[in-house]
Design a binder for this molecule. Structure first.
Ligand SMILES: [Mg+2]
Length: 436
């Protein structure tokens, strides 16, 4: 049984390990085109590099994306992120054979080593690839998440699109954490075999869910409740005002997909685990397995989050904000085509898979949105070609956070270089957040 703390820890570990796995899967074919990757039979496992890393790195090794993410993850204390510590960590890496370092980071870190805090006017994804830990630590504080994403990027990449890319990744990681926890709660409820009639845990689920998913939902519901009470008071003398909100929440129209999960819990409460099932010795585990096989693609659940992400970027880069909305348009087509490969590939063509944040970041998000497991997210992202290690790592951060560490194939975790060190970094970050 997974409790709340374990669920969060699973997400933190999933994010940082997932990011590293994506980097290691993409590293051997960085800058290969999609056609070239297809020609060699596609990437499904770690392989020895066949590009510039040949003879330098081996299967399961990672590059600058992971190194800089670890530098950031290790720059937190219980009060939050420390810029001085981050610069110190970055420079330590820079001075110790920084394999795979990008052209912008190289120049910017040279400046930082001389005490010059002046980012380069670069549009690459060199900052977006490292900002996932901000989404984990500041998922409950949007203003800090925004402020830190901007300042961390400007240390090295001082351009509107690089900032917008970094902001997109930290924001979407925070949403993956929130949505992922909501799913955990849902799954946990379904696994509660011990409950006498399958209805007994509803209050627990409600309290956990409302707390975890955030104040916006409770606030929204409270406002609706007040509106309704006032309306009833005004319109209907016969109504004594007793509205059963606990069982009638689904009647309200909520725009955020996370609410639909809540509605699903209620539906499930009513329809699936009921006395009839329990009397017949119904085993909820079977349902879980069936559900897992049919787990939905992420696009419908994240529609609102992507829209919010686009709005968040308007002040930073209108071009990037519009590009984020393009993801939705393409996802809609992919969804309507029933996830047809040709339509998916057209999507990657439209978004682009190059090194610039405005291509790599949308492609990473798109890969996650059109998939329904950690594995499928990652294989989609790597086999699209281009800046495979960075797109893979950003997609890995999103998918790892959402599905959690336990959903990452064990052979990918075991084959990852320094996996224990990376795991401990994630656990440490989680502990700092809890202590805060
Ligand atoms: Mg790299």
């Amino acid at each position: 049984m997974v409790n709340k703390a374990q669920a969060y820890e699973d997400k933190y570990k999933g994010c940082i390990i997932g990011l590293s796995v994506g980097d290691a899967l993409g590293m051997p074919v960085e800058w290969f085109t999609r056609a070239q990757i297809e020609e060699m039979g596609g990437i499904r496992e770690y392989i020895d590099p066949i590009n510039k890393f040949k003879g330098i790195l081996k299967a399961g090794d990672y590059t600058d994306d992971t190194e800089q993410t670890l530098a950031l993850s290790n720059a937190f204390d219980k009060f939050g992120y420390s810029e001085d510590k981050f610069i110190e960590n970055l420079l330590y890496w820079y001075n110790h054979n920084p394999i795979g370092i990008g052209p912008t980071s190289s120049k910017a870190l040279e400046n930082l080593s001389k005490g010059i805090k002046k980012g380069m006017p670069s549009e690459t994804c060199g900052s977006a690839m490292r900002t996932a830990p901000l989404g984990l630590f500041y998922y409950d504080d949007l203003s800090k998440l925004v402020e830190k994403s901007i300042s961390i990027t400007k240390l090295t990449h001082n351009s509107p699109n690089a900032v917008a890319g970094a902001l997109s990744i930290s924001y979407m990681v925070s949403k993956c954490l929130i949505h992922g926890i909501a799913h955990n709660t849902y799954d946990r409820y379904r696994l509660e075999e011990g409950s006498d009639d399958g209805l007994g845990n509803m209050n627990l689920i409600k309290s956990v869910y409302e707390k975890d998913v955030g104040a916006f939902l409770s606030k929204d519901l409270e406002e609706k409740k007040e509106e309704d009470e006032y309306k009833n008071y005004k319109d209907n003398d016969n109504n004594n005002g007793n509205i059963d909100y606990d069982n009638d929440i689904s009647k309200y129209e909520h725009t955020d997909a996370s609410h639909s999960t809540y509605a699903k819990i209620i539906e499930y409460n009513k329809n699936v685990i009921n006395k009839k099932h329990m009397e017949k010795g119904y085993n909820p585990i079977v349902y879980i397995e069936e559900t897992k096989q049919k787990r939905p693609y992420q696009y419908p659940e994240f529609r609102k989050s992507i829209e919010d992400c686009s709005h968040l970027l308007i002040d930073t880069s209108i071009e990037f904000s519009e590009k984020i909305l393009d993801i939705l348009e393409i996802c809609e087509k992919v969804h309507n085509s029933n996830y047809d490969k040709k339509v998916i590939l057209e999507g990657y063509d439209k978004l682009g898979t190059g090194i610039n944040a405005i291509e790599a970041v949308p492609s990473a998000i798109f890969s996650f949105m059109i998939s329904n497991s950690f594995k499928s997210s990652l294989l989609n992202s790597i086999n699209a070609g281009g800046d495979t290690d960075s797109i893979g790592s950003m997609c890995g951060a999103l998918a790892g956070t959402y599905y959690g560490y336990n959903a990452i194939p064990k052979k990918w975790v075991n084959g990852l270089s320094n996996n224990e060190k990376i795991l401990n970094t994630a656990i440490n970050l989680y502990n700092l957040k809890v202590l805060d």
